[in-house]
Design a protein around this ligand. Structure first.
Ligand code: GBH
Length: 446
């Protein structure tokens, strides 16, 4: 298809779903209101030097108080669905023991507002905001005990909300939780050990499997997981770089896909990590591999592996985002087709895709042509992958709003909607109007 809204609308079947995504810690604010417990991100933001602009998430986009406005914006855009996450410490302040009814009441109000507006709610249980109490008392995801606490939390959410949720994903991007949180220290809780990160990854996957099993007992809503894939390419065509890219693929893509969908770890990457490999108890891999109803894929860019530094441009490069990430939509097509062929996965959703851009307000508008081009080219890429056999059923743009971009603070803007943090004023960017136009055309064909 061409990149125009009409051509793109034509390239997707009538039941293809259009959405946007957010996460609790990045937008809600109200960090200590109505009985919410602290999360590891509330804590991390208070450690000097962790967040580039020194900001925190006490207020963020104030979505906790402004969710009705945000739902109205999504309705205005004509979206089918909304992907959001629940804050575990908002509904269970210590991560075990007592539930916080006021916290559940917020999600109850949000679900009512979404359903009233005709938007399908897609929930994620864990988008990185672990209850701080579990970190302090048990050592966070390093503790195998957290697996059971997560499954209890998952079952409680499924019991209360399952019948109103269009889907539930256990984890968002376990690679990020494990690698950025426990190996590179970019994310909470800020540890620097590969062995820890791989043990955490194992516990995350075990908690995914146990949560799916626990939720199956109380809900019939579709269950799955969301993985982030950054396809790795050799920086130069040498054998050494090719091997490095293959190992990177083993640690980012196959380290999660293989246990979750096939019940085994990838042999080459396992061998590569040597003594850093995790403790795996008998039966763990059977618990991890549960039948899933969908797989969510978050795609932003590729990585070039093996050289001393990354080349400024590579084959297929179409420029870089404000995060410095290379824009490579054709890699999304190629990767989706690979997943379909290698794994025969459950139905796929692009649960995140988007770009940070140096957006500015100009005469009351936000002329973010770069974002519109990114969106259009990635939708073309998804359509192409579908034509080549990848069963992709929906697309969620990251993100609805400009929000807290983790260790980058508020300086990086991913939203279709501009947020003025001084006033909390929301304003649709040009890309939002483009997306709404494409969706409207697609709906006319239904
Ligand atoms: C997602 O993470 C998160 O789910 C979301 O909360 C976040 O706001 C959003 O993306 C935007 O960051 O280091 O150059 O090789 C995505 C995390 C992005 C991690 C791409 C790996 C590789 C870029 N991934 N990144 S590079």
């Amino acid at each position: 298809p061409r990149a125009e809204p009409a051509a793109l609308a034509d390239a997707f079947p009538p039941d293809f779903l259009w959405g946007v995504a957010t996460s609790a810690a990045q937008i809600e604010g109200a960090a200590f209101e109505d009985g919410k417990g602290a999360s590891i991100w509330d804590h991390f933001c208070r450690q000097p030097g962790r967040i580039k602009d020194g900001s925190n998430i006490d207020v963020a986009c104030d979505h906790y108080h402004r969710f009705r406005d945000d739902v109205a914006l999504m309705q205005q855009l004509g979206l089918d669905c909304y992907r959001f996450s629940l804050s575990w410490p908002r509904v269970q302040p210590d991560g075990q023991g007592a539930w916080n009814e006021a916290g559940f009441a917020f999600y109850d109000r949000l679900l009512d507002a979404l359903l009233e507006a005709g938007l399908q709610p897609h929930a994620t249980l864990y988008h990185w905001d672990l209850p701080q109490a579990l970190d302090e008392q048990l050592g966070g995801w390093l503790s195998r005990d957290v697996v059971g606490h997560f499954a209890d939390y998952a079952a409680e959410v499924a019991r209360r909300f399952g019948d109103r949720l269009a889907s539930i994903a256990t984890h968002n991007e376990p690679w990020c939780t494990a690698t950025l949180g426990y190996e590179t220290a970019q994310f909470a809780p800020g540890h620097t050990s590969r062995a820890e990160s791989l043990q955490v990854a194992h516990h995350l996957m075990l908690s995914h499997g146990d949560a799916v099993a626990a939720m199956r007992a109380v809900t019939r809503t579709p269950l799955g997981i969301v993985l982030n894939h950054t396809p790795a390419f050799p920086a130069t065509p040498t054998e050494a770089d090719r091997r490095a890219a293959r190992i990177d693929d083993g640690l980012n893509v196959r380290w999660y896909m293989d246990p979750i969908l096939r019940g085994c770890y990838p042999a080459d990457a396992w061998q590569h990590v040597g003594a850093d490999a995790p403790q795996v108890a008998a039966g763990d891999l059977d618990r991890i591999r549960q039948p899933l109803d969908f797989l969510g894929l978050n795609f932003y860019t590729r990585s070039l592996v093996g050289a001393d530094g990354q080349p400024v441009t590579g084959p297929g490069a179409r420029g870089f985002t404000d995060m410095g990430w290379e824009i490579v939509p054709e890699v999304l097509t190629q990767h989706l087709v690979r997943l379909a062929r290698e794994y025969n996965p459950p139905p796929l959703y692009i649960t995140e895709n988007g770009m940070a851009n140096a957006d500015r307000l100009v005469d009351g508008r936000v002329p973010d042509a770069e974002r519109t081009a990114y969106l259009a080219s990635h939708l073309q890429a998804v359509a192409a992958a579908r034509n080549l056999g990848a069963d992709v059923r929906g697309y969620f743009y990251w993100s609805l709003l400009d929000n807290f971009e983790w260790n980058s603070g508020y300086a990086k803007r991913f939203g279709l909607v501009h947020v003025d943090y001084a006033t909390q004023e929301r304003r649709l960017k040009d890309s939002a109007l483009w997306y709404a136009d494409m969706i409207r055309r697609h709906r006319q064909r239904r």
